[in-house]
Design a protein around this ligand. Structure first.
Ligand SMILES: *Cc1c(COP(=O)(O)O)cnc(C)c1O
Length: 433
């Protein structure tokens, strides 16, 4: 009935998440409110772990791409489940360490890590730094020397694969700001260079071809291209790179009509390509890393709002305004993302209206969804936007000086605050006078 397994309806006809009434959660914590089902997050993590067991004999690591949703409670869950995490900034690294996350299971990404961020990563003992470009390679070498530390690195490679997704979230093609190109010889030149630097150990290669990808074929293609390049490295240098990081990007269901392949099918098909190509290239089977972000947290989250003004423009459309918007969910204004919306206190009713859900910010583009089917809407209803667990809280801003909402985790019929709501005092905390 719902796009996500953690959602249901109670006897009052109200939407539930993890068995708890969303209407009661909205009353208890206020709106807007992010709510995440912790059991579904853990299940998703476990299904990725299981597929590493099943298809790679456990010779691999799931590294949650924490930019999708980062806070101490989330890093603590990853630690508890025994997986790694990806970070892309000093702030994410700091948060992970504050949560007690073990640095050796952290992978550090980014196309322009600053000297301070790299120093922090080297000093705290981050397990793998994914080097994006040649100047970063030399910068990191200098930092490693100064610190007297050996650093394990991977190279981010553009495999030249076109993933069929929105151009802003497509990253595998040659015209991308991320990584070394294969076609131009840039990637091999970087390998040549890295193998000369004694402080840096090139353990393997990384690729990430984009996000919200439904087809399996581009992932298979990327795996093949990467292993062929590892074969080229072996032929040229006799060096065997032991690790292959295949990135994330698995699509999730945002609308009822979306039908992503299950992750097990993806893992099975890609592992077949990995094994076959490794054998062809006379390479041992690599240690595999995968970096799911959206697919771990996206389906586990919803956002609850209160309906305020309703503006019907005859013959044009009806705007339903909510008490949040692009500040807590900038994905529609960024990439016209799809979302399924519903009235949480009328969850069993048919969707008889089509409305545009608008935020409260001073931007005409501040919409959550246009032409969305929804139940009969009235002022004061609790409006739920589904599958907001990824890239909502983590992309939130204080635009219009609107405080960011709280994040509540539900688990086994209990709710707890993972991130408290910002206050007006928080908003002026950094103002100097
Ligand atoms: C964003 C990102 C991911 C996660 O992508 P999802 O689409 O959320 O699975 C993984 N790896 C890297 C390097 C990324 O930048």
């Amino acid at each position: 009935m719902f796009i996500s397994d953690c959602l249901n309806v109670n006897k009052e006809g109200h939407l539930t998440i993890g068995g708890l009434s969303t209407v009661q959660l909205a009353e208890k914590y206020g709106t807007p409110l992010y709510v995440m089902d912790e059991n579904l997050i853990r299940e998703n993590i476990r299904s990725f772990k299981k597929s590493i067991e099943r298809y790679y004999g456990g010779h691999g690591l799931v590294a949650y791409a924490s930019k999708a949703f980062a806070c101490k409670a989330m890093y603590a869950i990853c630690k508890d489940e025994g997986i790694g995490v990806d970070v892309v900034s000093g702030g994410e690294l700091y948060t992970a360490l504050q949560a007690g996350f073990q640095p050796e299971n952290i992978v550090f990404h980014g196309n322009n890590k600053t000297p301070d961020e790299l120093t922090m990563a080297v000093e705290t003992g981050v397990g793998r730094i994914v080097v994006d470009n040649i100047s970063e390679l030399h910068l990191l070498d200098g930092i490693a020397r100064a610190a007297g530390k050996k650093v394990r690195i991977m190279f981010r490679i553009k495999p030249g694969v076109d993933a069929h997704t929105h151009s802003f979230i497509r990253t595998g093609q040659i015209d991308s700001k991320f990584g070394f190109a294969l076609e131009t010889g840039e990637a091999m030149a970087a390998v040549d260079e890295a193998l000369k630097l004694p402080e840096l150990t090139l353990v393997g290669l990384h690729c990430h071809i984009g996000s919200q990808i439904f087809d399996i074929e581009p992932f298979e293609h990327a795996a093949q291209v990467m292993l062929q390049f590892m074969g080229d490295v072996k032929k040229k240098h006799g060096a065997v790179l032991r690790e292959l990081n295949l990135g994330g990007g698995f699509g999730i269901k945002y609308l009822p009509e979306h039908d992503p392949d299950d992750y097990d099918t993806y893992m099975k098909r890609v592992s077949t390509v990995v094994k076959k190509t490794a054998a062809q290239q006379d390479l041992p089977e690599p240690f595999i890393l995968i970096e799911p972000g959206r697919s771990i947290v996206g389906p586990a989250g919803i956002t609850l709002y209160k309906v305020g003004a309703i503006k019907e423009i005859p013959g044009v459309r009806t705007y339903v305004s909510i008490d949040g918007g692009m500040g807590d969910n900038p994905r529609y204004i960024l990439y016209q993302s799809d979302y399924d919306v519903m009235i949480a206190n009328k969850a069993t009713q048919q969707k008889t209206e089509v409305v545009t859900v608008a935020g409260k910010c001073c931007e005409s583009g501040d919409l959550i969804q246009e032409n969305a089917p929804i139940q009969h809407v009235e002022v004061g209803d609790v409006l739920a936007v589904l599958a907001t667990g990824a890239y909502n809280y983590s992309m939130a801003s204080n635009y219009n000086r609107i405080p960011r909402p709280a994040v509540v985790f539900v688990k086994d019929g209990k709710d707890r605050l993972a991130v408290r709501r910002e206050t007006y005092e928080d908003l002026v905390r950094c103002d100097c006078e």
